[in-house]
Design a protein. Structure first.
Length: 440
């Protein structure tokens, strides 16, 4: 279980050294497994500054149209949750009339159990930053804002170090590698609100406003930061771009499945025998991730919450039905999301788990729309009352609440909450039944 102390993050075996860390106030080096099965794009060893310089020059010496064709052919979809095609965002931003455009790297990574962005920021910073420059070239944007959660101090330090290195080597800043293209980085330290990861709340936060979600359309690619066209992309999405430029869009599209190309990073939590960061080709069986890479569970687990708090609750018996790609997860009624895996042990009450999901949403809600602002609190109250007294929940009322959240919420914080709750109601009927009124 990861924890945070004196400005540093700890995970893995550090749990056994809490006393030492607290008393000596020393920082241990964070350690977790990193491995891949299939193509290593994001977990490959650092190929050297020179290789990134070659990629960047290849990109900047071509026309934006040629490079755009490669990205389109790659089929790259956003890795931050929604899976939206990257090429469309870049093209929309480029084609929207404006004097200035922005690239925003969303490194807020608030999903509990997710640390793949952190891994990339700290271990593959060149891929992330060069990816931002490539995106800037394609969108005709000269400013890249990198928005990193403050709980990742090591990531901020590493990214600042590499930005400096790129500038010193004329690979960032004015007139990059004499290409005529300029790209300037700006670092923003986020302050720890989950909603700031939502792209429009994030933009408001950068502008110094209250992080309230904005109504779409217009989408950020049309009207984003300071009302100017902005591509907001996840760290992992951007980190794929250098590989695409280096190897070509068709090659990238040949990895994974026809609709979900490339690879996916998956973060496994401490209930696995081998917790860590694993990269698999899209389309890899979930059982390979769980049993081979993760080494199975340390103790009996009844479900895995995959893709953050708004992702699906996958019961253990569904492992063999799932492959790691957007389409299979959606078809089976789940969500791949950012692909963090949080295990729910056999002994942990499901009612308490879903109560916690409502509580999390209530705490993190930006308050702009009432289904989420009020509905999350009402849901938490119902579940809490059922857990702590003889009160039985009216199933019809509860279903109505879920429907209101799902169709009436302005963003996926309120709109996505019903998914794991419905999964719990479907797959753990017997466990939850005693807390609901009997139906005739
Ligand atoms: C409540 C909420 C939190 C989110 N948090 C993140 C986040 O931490 N990182 C992220 O990349 N996307 C997050 N997203 C998704 C973003 O709104 C957006 O879709 C994403 O940054 C787009 O990048 P992509 O196309 O590369 O996936 C969140 C969405 C919601 C509704
Ligand atoms: S669903 Fe929640 S977080 Fe999203 S806009 Fe509505 S109140 Fe804000």
């Amino acid at each position: 279980m990861p924890f945070h102390f004196a400005g540093k993050n700890y995970s893995g075996n550090a749990i056994n050294s809490i006393k030492e860390i607290k008393s000596k106030k020393t920082a241990l080096t964070d350690q977790y497994n990193v491995d891949s099965k299939g193509t290593a794009i994001l977990t490959r060893d650092f190929t050297g500054l020179k290789s990134y310089s070659t990629i960047l020059k290849k990109c900047l010496n071509a026309s934006a149209e040629e490079i755009q064709t490669e990205v389109k052919q790659s089929g790259l979809k956003g890795r931050g949750g929604a899976g939206f095609p990257m090429a469309i965002k870049l093209e929309t931003c480029r084609k929207t009339d404006a004097d200035q455009r922005f690239i925003v790297c969303n490194a807020d990574e608030g999903d509990p159990g997710a640390y793949s962005d952190r891994y990339l920021l700290e271990k593959q910073p060149h891929a992330v930053l060069v990816g931002m420059i490539i995106a800037g070239f394609l969108a005709n944007a000269n400013v890249g804002v990198i928005y990193i959660r403050a709980e990742y101090p090591e990531s901020i330090e590493e990214i600042n170090k590499v930005i400096k290195e790129l500038i010193e080597n004329n690979l960032a800043g004015d007139n990059i590698a004499e290409s005529g293209f300029s790209f300037h980085f700006k670092m923003i330290k986020a302050q720890g609100a989950y909603i700031c990861g939502e792209e429009t709340a994030l933009l408001s936060s950068i502008e110094g406003q209250r992080p309230e979600v904005r109504v779409r359309p217009p989408y950020p690619a049309q009207q984003g930061l300071f009302n100017l066209p902005t591509v907001v992309s996840n760290v992992e999405t951007l980190a794929n771009l250098p590989y695409i430029i280096e190897n070509g869009g068709k090659h990238f599209a040949s990895i994974g499945t026809s609709k979900s190309s490339g690879t996916k990073l998956i973060s496994l939590d401490g209930y696995f025998n081998k917790p860590g960061m694993y990269e698999v080709d899209m389309g890899t069986s979930l059982s390979v991730v769980v049993n081979e890479l993760g080494g199975g569970f340390r103790e009996p687990v009844k479900a895995m919450h995959i893709g953050g708090p708004l992702g699906g609750l996958v019961p253990i018996h569904k492992i063999n039905d799932l492959t790691v790609d957007f389409e299979t997860f959606a078809k089976e009624g789940f969500l791949l999301g950012h692909a963090s895996v949080v295990c729910i042990p056999e002994k942990f009450p499901l009612l308490l788990y879903i109560e916690h999901l409502f509580e999390f949403t209530a705490h993190e809600s930006c308050g702009k729309c009432f289904p989420c602002r009020l509905g999350s609190t009402r849901g938490k109250e119902m579940l809490q009352k059922a857990r702590t007294s003889d009160y039985k929940i009216d199933k019809q009322l509860f279903d109505d609440l879920l429907e209101t959240l799902e169709i009436g919420s302005l963003c996926m914080l309120g709109g996505g909450l019903p998914l794991p709750v419905k999964n719990a109601l479907d797959y753990f009927k017997e466990e939850l039944k005693p807390h609901f009124q009997k139906t005739t």
